[in-house]
Design a protein around this ligand. Structure first.
Ligand SMILES: *[C@@H]1O[C@H](CO)[C@@H](O)[C@H](O)[C@H]1NC(C)=O
Ligand SMILES: *[C@@H]1O[C@H](CO)[C@@H](O)[C@H](O)[C@H]1NC(C)=O
Ligand SMILES: *[C@@H]1O[C@H](CO)[C@@H](O)[C@H](O)[C@H]1NC(C)=O
Ligand SMILES: *[C@@H]1O[C@H](CO)[C@@H](O)[C@H](O)[C@H]1NC(C)=O
Ligand SMILES: *[C@@H]1O[C@H](CO)[C@@H](O)[C@H](O)[C@H]1NC(C)=O
Ligand SMILES: *[C@@H]1O[C@H](CO)[C@@H](O)[C@H](O)[C@H]1NC(C)=O
Ligand SMILES: *[C@@H]1O[C@H](CO)[C@@H](O)[C@H](O)[C@H]1NC(C)=O
Ligand SMILES: *[C@@H]1O[C@H](CO)[C@@H](O)[C@H](O)[C@H]1NC(C)=O
Length: 839
């Protein structure tokens, strides 16, 4: 491949691109260099030592993927053979190791959130991290805080946690700690405003990806919030998203990357692009991108924006050495921070085949050898998966003591969603279908099931033990069989679902995002039909988010409704635990159940009106319950709602003001940009070594053709400046100004189990910030309390400065305004018996 001058055009384009429509992102340069503070000191020192000995080509190798299907993992960087350092292996997904075998399929992020248990969130993260570690993965591509869940139809919401930023932030923090404690780098994604699948990339009908246009206040108070928590938790990597933000691509938006992420939030780790989300070479480097994936410009295009091109741009002085060194030192710091130097085992699987022997370079079909060792990494994770499955099942309705079941004489289990996919649980690639019971959505955020316990299997076994007469029907349309099974049964349990996923697979006309909020495959009609025949109809929902359930809620023959979400491989066992009372439900819904789609106030943009499509987030912070509260709309079930087999009461609210030093805006300057080692500027030393065999379509750091020099330079002002830079008032530490996390009040309340069973209550703390543009209430804290009948426990939460602050776009800082603030404690966002003023 000749090096030609079209590169210059491609590299000059789109620096903070302005489409002429909507908002634009202000430029922010230079890209902040790592400072190695707060928890990164030791890793930074080791990384400096390592990077200082690298040549230019070796440095470039660590920044650039080798191209699609170039090696075993979903993403692979180049290696450093001279130091016997293999390339980094990056692997999906947020719920387990993707594209391999003898791994576990964990409950989705949505379910982890629904437990409201910090301990379970962390254990899940750690178990997933251990599985990635065992397979030789360096970076697990998760967890997810983008999408946050702006619209319930958003296809990938289930990969993340909840549309509430605080619940998502806590889940991010716990999951990241769990993964990184296992010696694997976690990757918080997709940064940022990646809220729908339609138009997330240029498509047949648009040249550009959509632009999410959001104001500064909403950015800070909603979408950036959980990323701040991720960074405070020490996350090693952040993945930038496909979409544009204010008409500038996520991979080259200097404001979101340089200003918000690396400066204000003081992120010390590596920014990695989503796969082919990079659109320029020099511009993305100056805007703060540190690693490009999959490395090729497009899927298996054989060329790259970095690799050879980045080598040329450094050699001719367009990219300063300090920027390249900063990329590499960030990558290696993340590596050392989680202890990869001690935890690393060889990559022992291949994402592109489950066969033992195959090509080491599948795209090129080169090097036929052993690629899979089938290393069993499941440990005892099945027990945890089952526990999370039960703890994440929300009991929405329970009348006439329908649940728990007590050795009923007969039960009927109805619905395709209770049954196995006849082709096996992995028969649809990346789970891209809706056949059989639903236990994860579709797309790259998946893993192969080692097995999947269908509800019918577990319920049949339970029934056999109880001498319960058992009937089941898998066909949602076979009403004659349904009639025969449910008529006269002591309980009829109907399983129904609603699915979604990533846009590269369309299922039943749903291109990632859901087309509607109703049940799939005749589900609603099936529930109504069963209920018309059986007065003890129990509905189990396996859904990726809210569905419209108002009619079933109001149907007196529907005695119970449970949401089981996407529970992973132990699905059937987990729901049986809950239905029969071996597990007393603790989960609370992590999103609002509206009575209609319109009640949510926002929706996916399915048809574009401009190119790039302009998604104005004009609802601001008013998504999910914040919108329902502000608009005075009563939902079917409110955010935070969930029943138990016992009952709880709340009393004795206490608020203590704590001493805290005043909030100090950060002042001062950074150090000068450091460089590590010397770069050899002799172009001829950057060429392919003689006799080097280049794998077909593989991305290398070596020059291809002459280095362009003397071209006009029009890079953004300040982008090459290595002088000390001013710090931001709201910055100064990972996650932002450390004063934001000072404790201002301690709140406690007494929770009592007033029923007759042991149970776990999720106590929730909300705050009214009090201003005219604030939501009625916002969640700030929660805890899980397990109590025996009659027992009381203390719920306690420490309110931080951030908790009662608003973002002020004028001073560019968090401020506590003078509006009166109130704290509320209770069982859901609309059941808050305790309140007190915060003076
Ligand atoms: C460098 O970038 C240019 C412009 O995008 C591209 O045409 C060329 O193929 C790239 N070079 C390599 C070696 O990938
Ligand atoms: C987007 O534009 C709005 C309106 O000008 C501005 O408040 C906000 O800070 C911008 N955000 C980004 C990320 O560019
Ligand atoms: C860069 O990485 C590739 C792929 O691992 C490897 O073949 C090559 O030798 C590396 N180059 C250098 C200079 O280390
Ligand atoms: C009942 O469930 C079994 C699997 O446990 C399945 O093979 C069978 O087809 C189901 N029966 C009906 C009528 O759907
Ligand atoms: C909603 O979408 C699902 C999945 O495509 C489909 O099965 C269902 O019939 C749709 N609902 C309505 C009311 O059209
Ligand atoms: C409830 O079930 C009974 C049969 O037990 C039936 O007669 C009645 O119509 C059902 N009600 C509804 C609302 O489906
Ligand atoms: C660059 O390296 C080549 C090969 O090592 C050498 O012949 C040449 O003199 C060097 N050029 C400069 C300017 O040092
Ligand atoms: C250096 O090379 C890069 C591409 O590799 C090009 O974009 C840039 O314009 C070149 N700089 C000069 C001064 O020619």
């Amino acid at each position: 491949m000749r090096f030609d001058f079209s590169i210059a055009a491609a590299l000059t384009a789109l620096v903070g691109a302005v489409s002429g429509q909507g908002d634009f992102s202000p430029p922010s340069y230079p890209s902040p260099w790592m400072n190695g503070g707060n928890g990164w000191q030791e890793a930074y020192a080791k990384a400096q030592k390592f990077v200082s000995q690298l040549t230019l080509l070796e440095k470039i190798n660590l920044t650039t993927g080798v191209g699609w299907e170039g090696e075993s993992c979903v993403g692979n960087t180049g290696s450093i053979p001279r130091l016997n350092f293999r390339g980094l292996c990056l692997q999906d997904s947020p719920l387990g190791v993707r594209d391999t075998d003898v791994n576990s399929a964990f409950p989705a992020g949505l379910n982890a959130a629904a437990t409201w248990s910090k301990q379970l969130m962390k254990l899940r993260g750690n178990a997933m991290g251990m599985e990635h570690r065992g397979k030789g993965v360096d970076m697990q591509l998760g967890p997810v805080a983008g999408p946050l869940g702006r619209t319930p139809e958003g296809g990938r919401n289930w990969e993340g946690f909840s549309p509430d930023p605080v619940l998502t932030g806590v889940a991010m923090q716990q999951t990241i700690q769990g993964i990184q404690d296992a010696g694997v780098i976690a990757c918080a994604k997709h940064y940022i405003m990646n809220e729908q699948e339609h138009y997330r990339e240029s498509t047949g009908t648009t040249k550009f990806a959509y632009s999410a246009n959001v104001d500064d206040k909403t950015m800070h108070e909603l979408y950036l919030w959980p990323f701040a928590d991720a960074i405070r938790a020490g996350v090693g990597a952040v993945m930038c998203s496909y979409n544009q933000i204010n008409n500038s691509y996520g991979s080259q938006n200097s404001y979101t990357l340089n200003h918000l992420l690396k400066n204000e939030l003081d992120f010390q780790g590596v920014v990695v692009s989503d796969w082919w989300a990079q659109h320029t070479g020099v511009a993305s480097a100056l805007a703060g991108l540190d690693m490009t994936m999959a490395g090729d410009q497009k899927l298996a295009s054989g060329n790259t924006y970095w690799g050879s091109n980045l080598t040329a741009a450094v050699l001719n002085g367009t990219i300063p050495q300090w920027r390249l060194d900063d990329m590499v030192v960030r990558i290696m710091s993340a590596y050392y921070k989680v202890g990869r130097d001690k935890a690393r085992v060889p990559v022992n699987f291949n994402s592109w085949t489950l066969e033992t022997d195959s090509y080491q370079h599948p795209e090129a079909k080169e090097d036929f050898t052993q690629v899979n060792w089938h290393v069993d990494v499941q440990g005892n994770h099945a027990a945890l998966i089952r526990e999370i499955g039960g703890a994440s099942t929300v009991l929405l309705k329970n009348t006439n003591h329908a649940l728990p079941l007590k050795k009923p004489k007969s039960i009927a289990v109805i619905g395709e969603d209770a049954h196995d996919n006849p082709g096996g649980p992995n028969s649809c690639s990346d789970r891209g279908c809706d056949i059989g019971t639903l236990a994860m959505g579709w797309g790259s955020g998946t893993a192969n099931f080692p097995y999947l316990i269908a509800p019918v299997t577990a319920l049949r076994a339970q029934a056999a033990g109880d001498h319960t007469k058992f009937a089941n029907v898998s066909n949602n349309y076979d009403l004659a069989a349904v009639t025969a099974a449910v008529t006269g049964a002591e309980a009829a349990i109907v399983f129904v679902n609603a699915n979604s996923g990533e846009d590269y697979i369309t299922v039943d006309g749903n291109q990632g995002d859901r087309n509607n909020l109703t049940l799939w495959g005749n589900g609603d009609a099936l529930v109504s039909y069963v209920a018309s025949l059986n007065p003890n109809t129990i509905v189990v929902l396996h859904t990726v988010g809210a569905v419209i359930v108002e009619e079933h809620k109001n149907n007196p023959n529907v005695t119970a409704i449970l949401w089981a979400g996407l529970p992973g491989q132990e699905s059937g066992n987990a729901i049986t635990d809950v239905l029969y009372g071996d597990v007393n439900p603790q989960a609370k819904t992590v999103f609002t159940w509206g009575k209609s789609r319109e009640d949510y106030g926002v929706d996916v943009m399915y048809k574009n009106t401009a190119d790039p499509p302009q998604l104005d987030f004009s609802e601001g912070v008013f998504i999910d319950y914040r919108h329902f509260d502000a608009a005075g709309i009563e939902p079917s079930y409110e955010f935070g709602y969930g029943l138990s087999y016992t009952s709880f009461s709340y009393s004795h609210l206490q608020v203590n003001k704590e001493f805290a030093w005043p909030y100090v805006p950060i002042k001062g300057h950074t150090k000068t940009a450091p460089t590590f080692g010397k770069i050899d500027y002799n172009f001829s030393h950057a060429e392919f070594p003689t006799g080097f065999h280049a794998v077909h379509d593989y991305v290398y750091p070596y020059l291809v053709g002459p280095v362009p020099t003397g071209l006009p330079q029009n890079w953004p002002a300040g982008s090459k400046d290595s002088n000390p830079q001013p710090l931001l008032a709201a910055g100064g530490a990972p996650g932002g100004n450390s004063g934001l996390y000072d404790v201002l009040y301690t709140v406690s309340a007494r929770v009592t189990n007033t029923g007759s069973r042991r149970g776990t209550e999720i106590a929730q703390l909300y705050i009214s910030l009090g201003g005219p543009s604030d939501p009625k209430i916002v969640l700030r804290g929660f805890d899980d309390l397990t109590l025996a009948p009659g027992q009381s426990g203390t719920f306690a939460y420490q309110i931080t400065r951030r908790d009662i602050s608003n973002w002020d776009p004028v001073t560019q800082n968090w401020v506590i305004n003078h509006y009166p603030k109130t704290v509320h404690v209770g069982a859901s966002s609309r059941n808050l018996p305790l309140s007190a003023a915060l003076h």
